[in-house]
Write a protein that binds this ligand. Sequence first.
Ligand code: PLP
Length: 422
Amino acid sequence: DFEFSKLGHELAVGSGIGELMEDLGNALASGGDEIRMLGGGQPAHIPEVNALWRRRMEEILEEPGSLERVLSNYDPPQGNPEFIKALAELFREQFGWKVTDQHFAVSSGGQTAFFFLFNLLAGDMPDGRRKKILLPLVPEYIGYANQGTCGDLFRAVPPKIEKTGEHEFKYRVDFDQLEVTDDIAAICVSRPTNPTGNVLTDGEIDKLSKLAKKHGIPLIIDNAYGAPFPNIIFTEATPVWDDHIILTLSLSKIGLPGTRTGIVVAHPTIAKAVAEMSSVVGLSNPNIGQAIAKPLIKSGEILRLANEVVQPFYVEKSRLAQEWVKESFGDRFNYYIHRSEGALFLWLWFPGLPITSRELYERLKRRGVLIISGHYFFFGLEDESWPHRHECLRMTFTMDERTVKEGIAAIGEEVAKACSSS
Ligand code: PLP
């Protein structure tokens, strides 16, 4: 037997995100018909989007020296300079933000950017204090949960639950309970939120931003699904950035998850620190995604792709999934769908569910349907007695119609069975 360090235990021995990516990778690799994969954050293969990646690869192959520059060079750890220049221009033009090339750092996917940012800002400080990341609203992205290199990194605040329809609800930040104590290093939210599809309102973001600024700490906004790309947002939401805001983006959800390309927009001190961390951990970043996207960012085509292809595609996917939930669940049991305002998921809540969501996950897995148990998304929250955290699940609606429809039907049957036998 090998002995593992504390950090080893944190990173290498069982995590929700590890389980999820195992399930996801195996389901995709098996190519099998027998698994209904509603678990991961795998974006859809949209034919028009994939055709564009193919065209870009052909262009890279055709242009003399282009392929060799991509495959045979290390980029600087901050990222490809031309890619960054194009990004900075896009953000200045689109949003009027006063950002220079020094405000950017590329990372090996957004996931890695978070590992760097959280451990840069929080954990054991040089003066012996221990700092945490404040999640103003949970459920929040499962991928953050195990990222702390000095153990438990998060403090979370439960949301206000607002019923917005017969079978619909929305989480709101509970500002009355939100307290920024001395040991808070930063505030962090994903917007749109994974797992719920919630989009924090402009008002909520403004309040969080002011609160962070007042305490001299960063507000981290995880924009993996946000504007300007992939812009998988179904409501109105203004993108924001400021000197104290750290915005992260990714090329994954527009359709390039395999390239592992994350982007951090932050004060130059933060951006530089992320670049330094990239060099220590990985020397340099994968550059094929940057090479594919660069001309699309320069020309603005990436905006057309996001707004005219990707966004409408997921609007329809969300609408259909909600329709099938309603058809399939009927009035056999009590349920609510979180208002679907963006991202790739429906978040389902079964008030009074007689089994835990973990048990529901197990039962569904046994019949070949993979979802994510909601309990994983409530990390950082001490109150174990709150039933809500064991009454929810996340299901992805990006897969083909049959998979999603049959998956939803199975969820309905299992919940009905659990409710009737209690
Ligand atoms: N942040 C959120 C909210 C996500 O949902 C994901 C992926 O699902 C990520 C970050 C990380 O994505 P990637 O590392 O592919 O950029």
